[in-house]
Every structure is written in C-alpha cells, then in structure tokens.
Design a protein around this ligand. Structure first.
Ligand SMILES: Cc1ncc(COP(=O)(O)O)c(C=O)c1O
Length: 334
C-alpha cells in the first residue's frame, strides 16, 4: 500500500495545486473570484513546473550530462525549482540573483546546496554587472554546464501548455470566464493561454504588470517605454523576453507597489491565504478588471493565479519597518 501511494521523489509532488474561492475580497463586485494556489508546489511557487520541464528536455536532448552544473539568472523561485531537481538528480546549481531579491530566498537556495551570486538590480541588461551578463559568463566558463535561460527557453511556456493549462481546464472547464496572471518571463501566461484558448477561445486572459515595467505600454501603445525600478519581486521586465507572447493576453492591467503589497497583506489577513507580493498584484489587477462587469446580468467566474507564498517575504513587504523604509507604508496600509 505504502509503496503504491508514496511519491518516488519530491518532484512528483509538483502540480495539481488547489483552487480556493475568495470569500472576503472583492465581495462588492459582480463576479466570483477563485484563486489557484501555486505555493502548494514543493519549491513554493509556480516555477517548479517549468524548472523540472526545462531539465527533462535538456536531459532528453543530451544537453545536460550526469554530474553537470545548472546555471540560471533567477529572482529566486525558478532557482528553487531547479535546486530541487539538482538535489534529487545530483546536479550542482549556480544561481545569479539581483540584489533586490530577499535574503530569505538566497538562504533557502543555499540550504538546498546551490551557490548564489548576487548582482546589482539597477543596471542595463547588457551591462557586464547585470545578472544576465554574469550568468552568460559563468555558463561559458563552467564545463559540463547548462544555462537554462528561462527568458529565452521555449520549454518555459511549454511546461505551462502541457501541465498548468490542462490542469486549469480540468478544474474549471466551461465555467471559467477569465484568468488573471501577473507576468514576468511570460512563460506562465503564454503557455496557459495557448492551451485554454484552444479549448475555448472566449476565455479572457488578463496579464498584470507592475508600474515601471515595459509590458503595459508595449501592449497598449506598441511603444517601448523607459523602464524604472519597483519593489515587487518576480514580475515585470525592462526588456522583451522570447518567452513573452503579448498576443496571448486580451488585456494588460497595471498596478503599483503600494497596491500590490496592500492587497497581498489584505489577502493574507482576510482569506488566510499566505501569498507573496506578486499575488497582491494579481488580485488587485483582478479587482480592477472585474469592475467592468458591474451591469452584467450573470456573475462571471474569474480565476486568479497566485504564483508564490509569503515565507520568502517575511523581511520585506510583510515587515512594517521595511515597508516604511520604502515609503510604501502608513497608517492607512493593510
Ligand atoms: C513571484 C513571482 N510571481 C510571478 C512570476 C511570473 O511568472 P512568469 O515568469 O512565468 O511570467 C514569477 C516569475 O519569476 C515570480 O517569481
């Protein structure tokens, strides 16, 4: 019995994450909100799905040999997914991270045996100090290494086309009207959208982008804006990655740091859902989107994908002193 029910290793617990109805947030709006909780994945985020898929494909294609080294530029979550693969399959991992990512994320990666290299956040992607440039250099210098290049790797969106999309369709089917997703590499939104639109082209796919990132302007005006810094982690970009398909979305909604952090804190307090900062962005984006359906006769079902959990952010947006130091906290904050 035990040998039949037990998973063979931790990677087999990735996916099949639960969907939970929101019971407090947005109850004044004429929609039903549901959240898909990706922090139920063993590495704590939606990124476990694409991490294991990128390595499976590299192994199949002979691009990663036993005992090799996995290299990635990561805001932490992709690194954790890759670190779990490294731990279970015997690969060494080196992760290059921008200095704005929380110390908890770095400590967690080191705990799973990875090496972490920290680079400055506010430099151009082609600057030799940027985390993309440093990862390129490490990959060139490290024998038997694979740089997974999540921003350019087609197996990133493919993972969501093959797993997350079908899973959402199985869980929601024809009752789903819209899906709201915060966007970084675009792998999640592009892969899920491709699958769901093949099943039902009427499902609305809504991306949420932080103020300071380029996607909102590119989508709405086709013009490349000047990017600027922001605090929310894991979403937005200052360049256009290959993994982002802007046509996969019916709309992109913009939210700022304050809205994201206030909303994440409110979701945690009111729903007991221990979510991360970009989940606050997604929920706030969903509330803005849902306001359009004020006069609809039938309530729409809106699913919000929550990419990760609270634990990596205990010293960041969940810490009042840190939040106050950014100017994003006052007596009106959640
Ligand atoms: C916390 C968090 N939210 C959202 C995303 C966005 O996912 P994607 O890169 O698939 O667009 C990421 C990606 O790193 C993330 O780490």
């Amino acid at each position: 019995m035990l040998s039949k029910t037990a998973k063979n290793n931790i990677l087999e617990t990735i996916g099949q994450t639960p969907i939970v109805r929101l019971n407090q947030i947005g109850q004044d709006l004429n929609v039903n909100f549901f959240a898909k909780l990706e922090f139920f994945n063993p590495g704590g985020s939606v990124k476990d799905r694409m991490a294991v898929h990128m390595i499976d494909r590299a192994e199949e294609e002979g691009r990663l040999q036993p005992g090799g080294t996995i290299i990635e530029a990561t805001s932490g979550n992709t690194g954790m997914g890759l670190a779990l693969v490294g731990a279970t399959r015997g690969y060494h991992c080196i992760f290059v991270m921008a200095d704005k990512q929380s110390e908890e994320k770095r400590a967690a990666l080191r705990a799973v045996g990875a090496e972490v290299v920290v680079c400055p956040t506010n430099v151009e992607p082609d600057d030799p100090r940027s985390y993309y440039s440093v990862a390129n250099k490490l990959a060139a210098e490290t024998p038997n290494s694979l740089y997974t290049r999540q921003y350019w790797n087609p197996h990133n969106p493919e993972a969501h086309y093959l797993t997350t999309g079908p899973e959402i369709w199985e869980q929601c089917g024809t009752e789903l009207d819209a899906l709201v997703i915060s966007i970084g590499t675009g792998g999640t939104v592009s892969g899920i959208s491709k699958y769901l639109k093949e099943q039902n082209p009427n499902i609305q796919i809504i991306g949420v982008d932080p103020v300071g990132s380029i996607y909102y302007d590119l989508f709405h005006s086709g013009k490349m804006p000047e990017a600027h810094g922001y605090f929310v982690e894991g979403i937005g970009e200052d360049f256009m990655p290959d993994t982002m398909d802007l046509t996969s979305m019916d709309d992109i909604i913009q939210v700022d740091d304050r809205e994201s952090f206030d909303m994440a804190r409110e979701v945690i307090k009111k729903e007991g859902i221990l979510c991360g900062g970009s989940c606050g962005s997604a929920v706030k984006g969903a509330l803005k989107y849902a306001a359009r359906f004020h006069d609809e006769p039938k309530k729409k079902n809106i699913l919000i994908l929550l990419p990760d959990g609270s634990r990596p952010y205990l010293s960041k947006f969940l810490n009042d002193d840190w939040l106050a130091s950014t100017g994003l906290y006052d007596e009106t904050s959640s």
